[in-house]
Design a protein around this ligand. Structure first.
Ligand SMILES: Cc1cc2nc3c(=O)[nH]c(=O)nc-3n(C[C@H](O)[C@H](O)[C@H](O)COP(=O)(O)OP(=O)(O)OC[C@H]3O[C@@H](n4cnc5c(N)ncnc54)[C@H](O)[C@@H]3O)c2cc1C
Length: 387
């Protein structure tokens, strides 16, 4: 992934095009889509035209081949306006990454160009009703049968589950294997007979984008749908994209934290109490000072992790720190901004209540923040052994 030769001027042009698209096409319609919980088809078509479905896919497969630093800045910008639509692209790119990183040459040639153009859209299906954090506890199976595999089981909370047409699905090919991860495999699963969408899940926020239960009932795929065509690699393949996934979720957190700050900054200069704008009251200044510092620190942590990723370095600790800090910053800035807005922060006519509903997801997705702190600590100790 990522084209290291991507130049600063290309990046500036691309980010400028994203900004113009957000202001012209997205910002005016966010509230309407969010309140109706309606899939933004027109915006998805525009994201296709901008090349976003191929953002991190290599140029040889028709993608933009962006480095993580550029991609993270795109996600920050979009999330400051409407975080939910980044999920349509992020989850899709996790599917593409699994194929690009671990697939056979034939699998890359078959799937990546269609994923890059957005002709095929989808996501990554790991979570089950009984297993989220403890991924090795999944129950879904794939059984070898003649010239293919038969998959049975249920996935839940799958982003793009209704609107997407193809998913990377984590299963057990050897449910008795010890350690458990040795019995896990990852399959490319396009929608066809045996694969149904159980139900669309209702959520606090992250509206308009579909999160769904997927049911596999004697669903058959040929042998070449097993990623890498080797059994037992699924756990590594599924978690192999997590560093990038965490940088992406962290970038969403930065976007929300900065978006909430921008709304508060504007409102605090317009709203007057006791004869002066509320930004001149010290209590509001304390909030704005903290919010601005959190947003900036979150941005720097995300860029630091993205640069390490682009250099090809191990960056699980850096990505974990960015994800943990930026998502908590999103949560704190959204509630502080809401307080600054007074009663209007509680109104559905203002954007801040939406940011407040969207922010908590960033603390859950791509590994909960409880787990991030444990990952950070383990790597921190490993890098700092006692003398
Ligand atoms: C809107 C939305 C979209 C999603 N999209 C996708 C998707 O596209 N694909 C997909 O596969 N999944 C998706 N998920 C699922 C998400 O990845 C899981 O919810 C997440 O991994 C947590 O799993 P869980 O909900 O089963 O919580 P659990 O694993 O049951 O955890 C419950 C609580 O216990 C804590 N906990 C668990 N184990 C430990 C431990 N060892 N030490 C300390 N604390 C622990 C957790 O941090 C959490 O606070 C999505 C979820 C949401 C809400």
């Amino acid at each position: 992934m990522g084209n290291q030769a991507f130049e600063a001027k290309d990046e500036a042009q691309l980010l400028d095009a994203i900004d113009r698209w957000l202001m012209r096409e997205v910002k005016p319609v966010v509230l309407e889509y969010d309140h109706d919980d309606r899939y933004p088809e027109r915006i998805v078509e525009q994201m296709k035209e901008l090349g976003l479905f191929g953002a991190t896919i290599g140029q040889e497969y028709g993608g933009l081949g962006l480095p993580a630093t550029t991609y993270a800045q795109i996600i920050m910008r979009i999330s400051a306006v409407w975080m939910a639509i980044t999920g349509i692209v992020n989850s899709h790119l996790m599917l593409a990454l699994a194929i690009e990183k671990f697939g056979t040459q034939a699998q890359k040639e078959q799937w990546l160009p269609k994923l890059a153009s957005g002709e095929v859209r989808g996501g990554l299906a790991l979570t089950e009703p009984d297993a989220g954090t403890d991924l090795q506890g999944i129950r879904m199976t794939a059984r070898r049968d003649g010239d293919g595999y038969v998959l049975n089981g249920t996935k839940t909370w799958i982003t793009n589950g209704v609107e997407g047409s193809c998913f990377a699905v984590l299963v057990k090919t050897d449910p008795q294997a010890e350690p458990r991860h040795r019995g896990m495999s990852l399959f490319i699963a396009p929608k066809h007979e045996g694969f149904t969408v159980g139900r669309k899940l209702e959520k606090l926020g992250y509206k308009s984008i579909d999160s769904a239960e997927l049911v596999f009932d004697n669903y058959r795929v040929p042998l070449d749908h097993l990623i890498g065509e080797v059994e037992g690699q699924g756990f590594y393949q599924a978690t192999g994209g997590l560093e990038l996934g965490r940088i992406n979720v962290a970038a969403r957190g930065v976007g929300i934290a900065e978006g909430a700050l921008a709304l508060a900054t504007e409102y605090a200069q317009m709203r007057k109490t006791f004869g002066k704008p509320i930004c001149e009251h010290q209590a509001i200044q304390l909030k704005l000072g903290e919010m601005a510092t959190r947003a900036r620190a979150a941005r720097l942590l995300v860029l630091d992790a993205a640069r390490a990723f682009d250099r090809g370095e191990r960056c699980d600790m850096e990505a974990g720190m960015a994800k943990f800090f930026a998502s908590e910053a999103a949560l704190e800035n959204s509630i502080e901004s809401m307080r600054i807005h007074g009663a209007y922060g509680y109104s559905k006519e203002y954007h801040i209540e939406r940011l407040y509903r969207d922010a908590p997801l960033t603390c859950i997705g791509e590994g909960t923040n409880e787990m991030q702190r444990i990952i950070i600590a383990k790597q921190w100790i490993r890098r700092n052994p006692a003398a």
